[in-house]
Design a protein around this ligand. Sequence first.
Ligand code: NDP
Ligand code: MG
Length: 384
Amino acid sequence: MVKKIALLGATGSIGSSALAVIREQALHFQATLFSAHTDWQKLLPLCREFKVLNAVFTGIEDPDLQAKLRRENPDIKLYFGEDELLQLLDGQDYDVALNAISGSAGLRASFAIVHRGARLALANKESLVMAGHLLMPLIAEQKVELLPVDSEHSAIFQAIGHHPNPEIRRLHITASGGSFRRLPLQDFELITPAQALRHPNWDMGAKVTLDSATMFNKALEVMEAHWLFGLPYSQIEAVIHPQSVIHSLVEFIDGSFLAQMGSPDMKLPILYAFSWPQRLPSQLVRTNLLELSPLEFEEIDPKRYPLYFLGLEVANAGGILPTVLNSANEAALKLFLEGRITFPQIRQICLEAVQSFDNQSNPDLDQILEANSSVYDRIISGRV
Ligand code: NDP
Ligand code: MG
């Protein structure tokens, strides 16, 4: 049976990898819905190539541009705005939705997919960071298949197999160390956006590349793992593994470790999230053992990566604070990219935002969305 795929964030880095998977596996997967924020120049040709008849632009608000695009593309049904995306996710025909929208903007789509009852292939880790306490019970209630796309979580998912949680001692999430693993600490003040946007191993979108440089990405991934696998934070650790060949490891109670490895390429976890429980033959990612460099592991240094440790504190505090921190980080990254703050100030802004917010346990979705936008707006407008 051909699986129908809704691809959210089709114009992004994960989106491109997913399209490469669908291209290779045309006998098994067929795209039926695409979303992008504003990049119509990229998305419309993709609609034609993949014969996708429904496309949503969540960020095109100009009515003249909407009318022009509709006029020039009568063969494609075009929709505009997040509400239309959520309605399509509710009503369209698809078996799997890959949520590869970047950042907190992907939150509501995850809920819509789960409500609809389709398989959720989740790249948007922010959905779990902000609302894992709401999303995971809903997933259980709806009996939805949740397949991690983040490479570390895909690795853990594969390594755990059918072993129940009491057999797991610890999860070890690997981190590349990002762009500045060897930069002298006194040079951090001088880091430019162009330097921070260069990742040593992975070719990814801007936000997740910057989050790798600060190691905030790993704090998000620890939270993501907590919700996905239902383990306490005391059993989840991150470790630097500069080669990014081992994508994560599970340590079992008998002392055995199982890891998943391969060249760092997101096509593999995406293919697995689409094909699970099967594996399909693919030539997209090849790994030559004889060409690998030695595999190393290092501890994460608090002086180099303070935002990771702030993230762990916030993870343990729970409630609304992970949303506050994630939102503060999104705003701080924007200020950094605009040249308005230095690299170390990203963490400073995050710290101040968390310290000035009264935590709230068990927030509902409206409270989460409200905190997300109010923290962001306050920081962007310079009120923090
Ligand atoms: P990109 O920045 O490359 O792409 C983001 C996609 O989301 C684009 O299609 C973009 O559309 C769309 N988008 C941007 N802003 C909004 C918005 N406000 N509302 C709706 N859609 C929006 O991101 P990545 O592909 O790198 O990452 C996507 C998600 O996957 C993130 O959550 C990231 O953490 C996660 N992830 C990414 C990995 C990677 O290797 N890239 C690895 C593991 C996880 P447009 O092009 O029109 O702006
Ligand atoms: Mg990852």
